[in-house]
Design a protein around this ligand. Structure first.
Ligand code: NI
Length: 227
């Protein structure tokens, strides 16, 4: 399932991130790619562990922690530190690849299974051409290019690419999540149920039926969650 999270970064956090990135020192993205991906990866990234990357990570994770849709959609167990990339000039594309299934938290022995891939768009789409994130989905090919501050979550299992950026620059944050609920189908069911429950509560308050269904949601989560 592909889930869009509008305003994952609010306007002030987005402006802060853009200001910090304006004078960033970028390096080749090949540094963190696996054997297959490195052959098709032509972009730039912030050095992992740099002071700027750490500041940005704190900003992004702080915003996401407060975002109700993010928690409901991802049911996060472990979140890899967000990374930051740039597509522009000659380093402008990333061909078809699948993300590594297991990654290490940089500088530690902690492994994270990449159930979900996340891309947080940081550039105004009017400021660059191309740069669509294209992923194979059960419904066919999805092309995603979102407003600055918006984020997309998609299954880590999907083949995906970033189309060449032919004008301007495309800045984004990307990272992976190990979910408490490993199965994409189960996670989807829980998310859709949670969204419907929120609507029911808005319409009718905490009716008996809504309370009962909330209990069912939590009992399914209890059945499926690995904490
Ligand atoms: Ni990828």
């Amino acid at each position: 399932m592909l889930i869009r999270i509008p305003a994952a970064l609010n306007a002030s956090a987005l402006a802060q991130a853009q200001a910090w990135l304006a004078d960033a020192a970028w390096e080749s993205g090949a540094a963190t790619a696996g054997a297959q991906a490195v052959q098709v990866k032509h972009n730039q990234q912030l050095p992992v562990g740099s002071e700027l990357a750490r500041r940005l990570q704190g900003l992004v994770l702080g915003e996401l922690e407060r975002h109700p849709t993010f928690f409901s959609a991802a049911l996060p167990k472990r979140v890899l530190p967000p990374m930051f990339n740039r597509y522009a000039g000659a380093s402008n594309r990333y061909g078809n690849h699948v993300d590594q299934a297991v990654r290490y938290v940089p500088g530690s022995a902690q492994r994270v299974r990449t159930d979900l891939s996340c891309t947080l768009f940081l550039s105004d789409p009017a400021d660059y051409d191309g740069g669509e994130l294209v992923m194979a989905d059960t419904f066919g090919e999805q092309r995603v290019k979102l407003a600055a501050g918006d984020m997309v979550l998609y299954p880590g299992s999907s083949v995906h690419r970033v189309e060449p950026v032919t004008r301007g620059e495309r800045l984004a944050s990307f990272f992976w999540i190990e979910s408490m609920v490993r199965s994409d189908a189960q996670r989807r069911l829980l998310y859709e149920m949670d969204v419907s429950l929120m609507r029911l509560r808005q319409l009718h308050g905490d009716s008996d039926a809504a309370v009962q269904l909330t209990g069912t949601y939590h009992n399914l989560l209890r059945m499926w969650a690995d904490t």
